[in-house]
Design a protein around this ligand. Sequence first.
Ligand code: NPW
Ligand code: K
Length: 502
Amino acid sequence: MEILSAEQIRAWDEYTIQHEPIASIDLMERAAASCLAWLEKQGYLDRSFSIYCGKGNNGGDGLALARMLSLLDCPVTVHILEFGNIGTEDFQGNLARLHQTPVEVRFVQGPEHFHPVPQDDILIDALLGSGLNRPLEGVTAQLVEHLNASGNEIIAIDIPSGLFVSRSAKGNTVIRASHTLSFQVYKPAFLMPENEVWVGEVHILDIGLHPGFLSQIAGEAEILDPDIIGAIFRPRQAFAHKGNFGHALLVAGSYGKMGAAVLAARACLRTGSGLLTCAIPGCGYAILQTALPEAMLVMDPDEKIHTAVPDGLDKYSVIGVGPGLGQDQRTVAFLRSLLQQSRKPVVVDADALNILASHPHLLSLLPPYSILTPHPKEFERLFGPSPDDYVRVEKAREQARKLGCIIVLKGHYSLIAMPGGKSYFNSTGNPGMAKGGSGDVLTGILTALLGQSYSPGEAALLGVYLHGLAGDLAADTHSQESMLPSDLTDHLGKAFQIIQKR
Ligand SMILES: NC(=O)C1=CN([C@@H]2O[C@H](COP(=O)(O)OP(=O)(O)OC[C@H]3O[C@@H](n4cnc5c(N)ncnc54)[C@H](OP(=O)(O)O)[C@@H]3O)[C@@H](O)[C@H]2O)[C@@H](O)CC1
Ligand SMILES: [K+]
């Protein structure tokens, strides 16, 4: 599913009006009807409603919804915030229609018109939508604070008032919704962690915007959904043998951190790698041989850390490096040689990223299309702090282009930024995965896929999606609290089956 800016959404609206064709006010009717259908489906129609409207089309949606609720005999009161203008044409059209119903309409000019909020009312926020062009202030901000302070449940139409579609509203006054009912597509605002407290649960309602529009725009970002994954995933051929699925080299582990190597290696095997060799320091020999009989080992001459690049790197179809590596000076030199000698894309995670962060000149050694998987702290170490989530996402896109690499910025909606400029937000996964070791599992998954002749872009998308899906299945089995990173690996099989069936 595409993620569009406010301008693109407005253009899509216009395109639909011209090409369906449909009158603008009828499109608004469809938007309001989709909100009504959602309220009905969720069992809200036995409640009473206070609907707060601005004088733009977001307010128009609120007025149309008020009329529809009233026709179903739901108690509704409408509050219109006066902006000193007459409102958009569709707002006016809907106000005229609302006056044909018994709904009480109150006009709010200042705080003296803020009525006490009835305790049981559901508040509908239709003050401002995608037309917001400046932070809330004055009476508008006071009204939003008044509604937030009421403690009533708030349902926002399209986007919580005060939130911008494509830039940060950090520190501003914003409606705090428990549900946001938005139209047709995701907006960037819904994917930024900093907005979680305002948007609540997001529901994208189909209002039948004309599909022809999408082929006309170069979408910059998409939600990673089952359709995209279905097109990437390739089931194994009947006559395949282990040589078809790559020989992965996983460079991981150091004294006290061999668990990271085991986690990554198991995930790599469970993701279908034909062969797996783990490069590890001496102290890990018994651990790996015992934990994973399927894995082969190449031993570093050092007992505790990585110091020497294994011979014959070219025989491996892919290299994954980082989990549990440590950051010893000799390991820094080791990583430099490893990158210098690598001729294929490499999966780089954890301590390998931290080494790159403290030795940024090494970034230029990354083979093109390598996959970097920083979490926000590692990202900050690598590329510096960002004032807000939007800037961080933009920076990840920029760095992916600059380095010619894929950057997977891990988070609730992990971002996958491609070197060509396109980016994706993952839709699977849950907070139960926010535990030490989850990243090691992702490294193993990505390394396995990259070794199986998926392109680096395909491997990154499929790997991140699979990792999250396995996490969702693990949470179903064990709860988010109790699930372990190793449970992700145990649920990879089921995750593959789900992808295959779709
Ligand atoms: N596209 C679609 O698919 C569909 C869209 N639909 C709906 O339309 C909505 C967008 O409507 P919209 O463009 O009229 O904008 P909206 O947010 O109501 O604002 C209106 C005006 O407010 C003003 N303003 C700005 N910031 C302000 C501030 N801080 N404080 C005070 N005022 C401020 C600014 O005017 P200004 O004051 O700058 O002259 C702006 O023009 C969308 O969210 C969805 O609900 C559906 O009906 C159908 C399908
Ligand atoms: K709104």
